[in-house]
Ligand binder design. Sequence first.
Ligand code: SF4
Length: 333
Amino acid sequence: MGNDIIDSIKSLNKNAIIKILQYSDEKQQQLFSIAREMRNNGKFGKKVELRSVIELSNICSQKCNYCSISKDKDSFYTLEKESVIERISQLADIGRKTFLLQSGENNNKKFIENVAYCCNKSIEKYPDLRIILCMGNLSYAQYKLLRESGASRYILKFETSNSEHHKFCRPTDSIENRLNHIKMLIDLGFKVGSGNIVGLPEQTFENLYEDLVLINKIDLTMVSATRFISNPQSVFRIYENGDLNLTLNYLAILRILKPDALIPSTTSLASRGVNGQLNGLLAGCNTVTIHDGTPDEFQQKYSIYSPKRFYPNEQYCRDIVTQCNLQPVPYLI
Ligand code: SF4
């Protein structure tokens, strides 16, 4: 059965993949075990990248229906560049090497210049830092500036690949536009991350399969699948959370499809407890984000999933990695 699963996934066999997505119990455990083996025998073996996230600003020009970040203009914030550089230094001094600098989509000239300045200064001081940006759609010139400032990776999730479904979830953008931006980033030499959200309202198994086909087509270094979380302040608050097992199965399929990719186990996997990310690692993931970069007073204001989301600290991240018999490392690439 193991080889059948691998063959079906590698050949993108639609019917078989839709069945695999629905695996439970023993079959699901077998799927996870194959995914773990693919990861452990892949380029990075049993190493897991531990990165810190700094949420630079919650100002966003998009209006995704699953997010509430741009709802309350009174709570907008942007971190001062000095405070970002100081936070990176503090964490780099205790051994952190990979930083995810995340923000809403904001192409304000000064803001982008400040982010480039932070990347430049931090890399000047710590040449082996890895800076990952996740800042939405910007202009080619802005991506270029950021790339030249030393940021080496960029995450731009397409979220859902079906054109109509994309409009339903992200009415202020389009899949065509998103894919153009992913292409620009690849052309500029960024190592690019992308992926989808599993369990979005009105999403079908066909949609999930199409997302997989798209992921397989693009030259991605990092791939991801997060679970839809019903954010109580968003337009989609009336819908249930995405199914946890479906998301874990999707992650395992991604791992089998892309044995050498960086795949994050995210906080969206937490469910009735704090062990969701451990399950992600058991399904083949190999990166975990520590939420210790954003100053406490701003964390609640970065409300992509929900203001009440779980913020894993370093000890928690190290514990789940070692519990899975994996090795935490400061960077993979
Ligand atoms: S999900 Fe991202 S792009 Fe969409 S509204 Fe929220 S912060 Fe902006």
